[in-house]
Design a protein around this ligand. Structure first.
Ligand SMILES: Nc1ncnc2c1ncn2[C@@H]1O[C@H](COP(=O)(O)OP(=O)(O)OP(=O)(O)O)[C@@H](O)[C@H]1O
Ligand SMILES: [Mg+2]
Length: 368
């Protein structure tokens, strides 16, 4: 049974500068696929390396299943090889003197698996990662993306119950990355392993994870299922980091912000009003009930093929809107736009999310 991983009050200092990880409490449930998401330098790799036992904790403790593997207060430290983990790191750490096949076989040999079974397992792992054509080559003869796939195949061959993956798809082209995401997600569905996956790519986190842990400057900002992170961001940092283009955040000291706040009918403590670009509608007729409407001047229209991203200026505020319908307006034209009250987000002066009356009372289906 794949284990739960929990971090309690974990901090990491590298000696100088601010804490790389700052008092982190994080529970990754058994069989979950948790993405550690955040900008460069926020402490994702450090967190993963501490779970793996490759980095000492400055404070706190880590439990894997019912076993404490690390505890500063209790002086416990279980070495990496005794933690029952599969690891794939940003730098792939393949054995340079071994062929691809021998690299993938390595862990199986250590486990004294017989030759026929080894061949079967290795062939399957290489095929899954679409790298079977390179079985007899050496790592130095592979591209970065191919090396990454060999690292993943090596981990899959050993089939550990806990998978720790640090940006394992970063060197793949767009098509392969999409395929490998689907493949990893399928493997997780089938095996029910506990996966911790580091990425700074919010789309990767949104599409693969059962849980997303959003970090910044070593601090956890939200831990929730991906759609909850998207629809109920805990604060303005999460709101702006998840989503592309990001959520529009309008200060209530601006003319538009003041009107948006007034449209909410409750203003206590609201400093920022947020709205996702896809929730800004271009009007062709009158607004609907509960819609707030405003004029916006087109700055640029950016068609993606599937949708139209438009950057506009409403009063002095820059906004993005995304439309599934073609937007034919040109630069300088004025669009009448509308936002439904139920699609507005409110944040206080510290940037923390405020509950609104318009928030659905029932948990929406994505929250289950
Ligand atoms: N070995 C080290 N010595 C000193 N400081 C380090 C070391 N490793 C990381 N840091 C610092 O700790 C902080 C967190 O680094 P970490 O590698 O965990 O970030 P990350 O979220 O994985 O970033 P990226 O997305 O760029 O990989 C950064 O400020 C980094 O400069
Ligand atoms: Mg990193």
């Amino acid at each position: 049974m794949a284990p739960t991983i929990s971090l309690k009050s974990v901090s990491k200092s590298y000696g100088t500068g601010p804490l790389a990880v700052d008092n982190l409490d994080l529970v990754m449930p058994a069989r979950s696929f948790t993405c550690l998401l955040g900008p460069s330098g926020c402490g994702k790799t450090t967190t993963l390396r501490m779970i793996a036992g490759l980095e000492n904790l400055t404070d706190g403790s880590i439990t894997i299943g019912d076993r404490i593997v690390d505890s500063v207060p209790d002086g416990v430290f279980v070495p990496p090889e005794k933690r029952g983990l599969g690891l794939v790191f940003q730098n792939y750490a393949l054995w340079p003197h071994l062929t691809v096949r021998a690299n993938v076989e390595f862990g199986l040999r250590l486990r004294k698996i017989g030759a026929a079974e080894r061949r079967r397992v290795v062939d399957k792992a290489l095929a899954t990662m679409q790298i079977d054509g390179a079985a007899d080559r050496y790592p130095s003869q592979l591209s970065g993306g191919q090396q990454q796939r060999v690292s993943l195949a090596r981990m899959l061959a050993v089939n550990p119950e806990v998978l720790l993956l640090d940006e394992p798809l970063s060197n793949l082209d767009a098509r392969l990355r999409l395929e490998m995401r689907a493949e990893l997600k399928r493997l997780h569905d089938e095996t029910g392993h506990t996966v911790v996956f580091v990425t700074h790519d919010q789309l990767e986190a949104m599409t693969m994870a059962t849980h997303v842990a959003v970090m910044k400057d070593g601090v956890l900002h939200q831990l929730a299922p991906p759609l909850e992170v998207y629809h109920r961001p805990a604060n303005t940092f999460v709101a702006a980091f998840v989503g592309s283009p990001p959520m529009n955040l309008v200060g209530t000291t601006t003319a538009l912000g003041a009107r948006l706040r007034a449209s909410l009918g409750e203003s206590a403590g609201i400093s920022t009003v947020g709205v996702r670009p896809e929730h800004v509608r271009v009007l062709s007729g009158p607004p609907r009930d509960h819609e707030f409407s405003f004029d916006a001047k087109v700055k640029a229209v950016l068609p993606t093929g599937a949708s139209w991203t438009v950057s506009v200026l409403a009063d002095e505020t820059e906004l993005y809107l995304v439309s599934a319908e073609p937007v034919t307006a040109h630069r300088g034209e004025v669009l009448r736009c509308a936002v439904a009250a139920g699609n507005l987000h409110a944040f206080d002066a510290e940037g923390s999310r405020l509950a609104l009356e318009s928030d659905p009372e029932q948990e929406p289906e994505w929250a289950s």
